[in-house]
Design a protein around this ligand. Structure first.
Ligand code: FES
Length: 573
């Protein structure tokens, strides 16, 4: 123990023999606690994103109780605090709009309340970065407890993966290859336990990266939500956070540039979601660390994809856990990691993975037999994306990774929705589908529209992949040759705004290029006639968002939330 009780943050609320101190103590006594329960003990906030409309977090009320048990056992005082629950499935127009709101909620709850440390409970896509961004900015000792993936889906004895198989079987239904009864049975079997999407989507990616950053206990990100080991992991978080408070073991002592490089390396080795790039840039920004897209590209070129998990591979997260989970995967790429980086358990990353082993090399490949020789994500630059774009190359049809074709342009989602399946749409398998106004401001919130549907008439001809380009994001569960996050976005006048039907668009993943093959003179002529869309929000959170959000290559954080400038502790009067 390195700190004294008087040095605890909560001491300022509970210890003083003042009228305010009296008020703070008396209201906890109102709830049945004794003065000795909370005075001079680490007060631990269990920041819980449980909600009845968030199926991924269905079990987090029970897990919070386990965390509390651990906190009590270690001599702390737990308080469960609800946080804004971003539910990927239901929140419209895009849950990405609200990641920064959760980050603010987390940071300001921790700042304004008498707490000394936090255990953060989340998992559904945006909740991991949202909770961590807030905790990093507040910089109190904090552990992240990932909600864990669902068990495998099941239909007629075959495993189903969240999202990925929804897309796949919907295409088959549109093509008339499965019946309505089949489709309903898939609906019954695709989500059959608590937990988040069990493919290597954004949720599994971000929780893995939280572990790679050192912000979870070892192995925490891979445990299925329904597994009893998950409940025990919750207990362990509760006991460990109390020691972390005494040691003042806070994010600024754990997270450094090398921690984020580790996270990028792991992102590539797991074939992680493209969304991770935006979130990692934003999280690093909260420590004042600049992570340019070029870092992802550099690391991607030297890291093999080892996780054979859908949508890039064959298996699901439950299989990943049984194969040894993330610690086993990291042990296989230990030479590519900064092993001296600190983690929440007080040990280094290298110490945490020292004894980890792969139990199934089908699921977690050996270095000698990777799923892909290079990282699953490629950064693209070019005349169509001066500030960058990304493609999940591991989930694309290799045939299309070098392709030039005429653009079929949709001005926005509604335009696409109205025309994509029309028989008179002038489209061939070689066309490049282009969607505008789906970026941070255009969507708004960069909705996951980047996997544009294949036009029905091509689906019926057996086409299953085409080159698609947008300023949108794509679900981590999705797949296909989809160029995403084109920056600057079309809403603010990026070159994407100027693409017209028939323009040749060139994609060359190996060269890292995305180009609009139209003369600069013609582009300038078009720009002269382009008008920025009218402002949509006059008040409310959306107005704040529209005014302060940054572009995709800057992480879509609010400009005033980024950086590591200190904020004074609240005065207590
Ligand atoms: Fe929550 Fe997929 S809906 S992770």
């Amino acid at each position: 123990m390195t700190r004294k009780p008087e040095e605890l943050r909560s001491w300022r609320w509970f210890a003083p023999d003042t009228l305010r101190g009296f008020g703070h103590r008396s209201r906890l006594k109102q709830m049945g606690f004794r003065r000795e329960d909370f005075t001079g003990r680490p007060v631990i906030a269990i920041v819980n994103t449980w909600s009845e409309i968030n199926p991924c977090h269905l079990h987090l009320r029970e897990r919070a109780e386990m965390v509390k048990r651990g906190v009590w056992q270690a001599g702390g005082f737990p308080v469960e605090i609800p946080a804004f629950s971003i539910t990927e499935m239901y929140m419209k127009p895009s849950p990405m709009l609200y990641r920064n709101l959760l980050a603010m909620d987390t940071e300001e709850s921790l700042r304004s309340l008498p707490v000394d440390g936090a255990v953060l409970l989340g998992g559904c896509d945006k909740t991991t970065p949202g909770l961590l961004m807030g905790a990093i900015s507040m910089d109190l000792p904090a552990i992240y407890l990932p909600a864990g993936p669902m068990l495998r889906g099941n239909w007629n004895g075959q495993p189903l993966g969240s999202g990925s198989d929804g897309w796949k079987f919907w295409a088959e239904r549109c093509a008339g290859n499965i019946t309505a009864d089949d489709w309903n049975a898939v609906e019954d079997g695709i989500a059959r336990s608590p937990g988040f999407c069990m493919v290597m989507g954004t949720a599994s990616t971000m929780t893995a990266l939280a572990e790679a950053l050192g912000m979870t206990l070892p192995g925490a990100s891979s445990i299925p939500a329904a597994d009893a080991n998950h409940a025990r992991m919750a207990l362990n978080c509760g006991t460990r956070i109390v020691d972390m408070v005494w040691d003042n073991w806070k994010p600024s002592r754990i997270l450094r540039r090398e921690s984020f490089e580790n996270a990028i390396t792991v992102d590539m080795a797991i074939g992680g979601s493209t969304n991770a790039m935006i979130h990692l840039i934003a999280m690093a920004g909260r420590r004042g660390i600049d992570l340019p897209l070029s870092e992802f590209d550099r690391i991607s070129r030297s890291v093999p994809v080892l996780a054979d998990i859908r949508p890039s591979g064959r298996f699901l997260m439950e299989d990943f856990y049984y194969a040894g989970g993330l610690t086993a995967l990291m042990s296989e790429i230990r030479d590519l990691l900064h092993l001296d980086c600190a983690t929440v358990n007080g040990q280094t990353l290298g110490e945490n993975i020292a004894t980890a082993r792969i139990h199934n090399t089908e699921v977690i490949r050996a270095r000698a037999n990777p799923l892909f020789a290079h990282g699953g994500t490629t950064v693209l630059y070019g005349s169509l994306a001066p500030d960058g774009a990304v493609i999940k190359s591991s989930a694309a049809d290799p045939r299309l990774l070098k392709h030039t074709g005429p653009a079929v342009v949709f001005e926005d989602f509604n335009d696409m929705d109205a025309r994509i399946d029309r028989d008179d749409l002038d489209v061939t398998p070689d066309s490049v589908l282009v969607l505008k106004n789906a970026g941070p401001l255009g969507g708004p919130g960069m909705p996951e529209w980047g996997m544009l549907p294949i036009p029905r008439k091509l689906l019926l001809d057996g086409v299953r992949d085409m080159v698609r380009v947008s300023d949108a994001r794509m679900s981590g569960t999705a797949y296909g040759t989809c160029v995403l996050h084109v920056s600057p976005e079309s809403w603010v006048g990026g070159p994407l705004a100027l693409v017209r039907d028939g323009d040749p668009v060139s994609l060359d993943v190996a060269a890292g290029r995305l180009d609009l093959l139209v003369s600069p003179d013609e582009i300038e002529r078009r720009r002269a006639h382009w008008n920025r869309p009218a402002r949509r929000y006059e008040r409310g959170y959306m107005a704040l968002y529209a005014e302060r959000v940054t572009q995709a290559h800057r992480g879509c954080d609010f400009d005033f939330l980024s950086g590591a400038a200190p904020i004074p502790e609240p005065e207590i009067h």
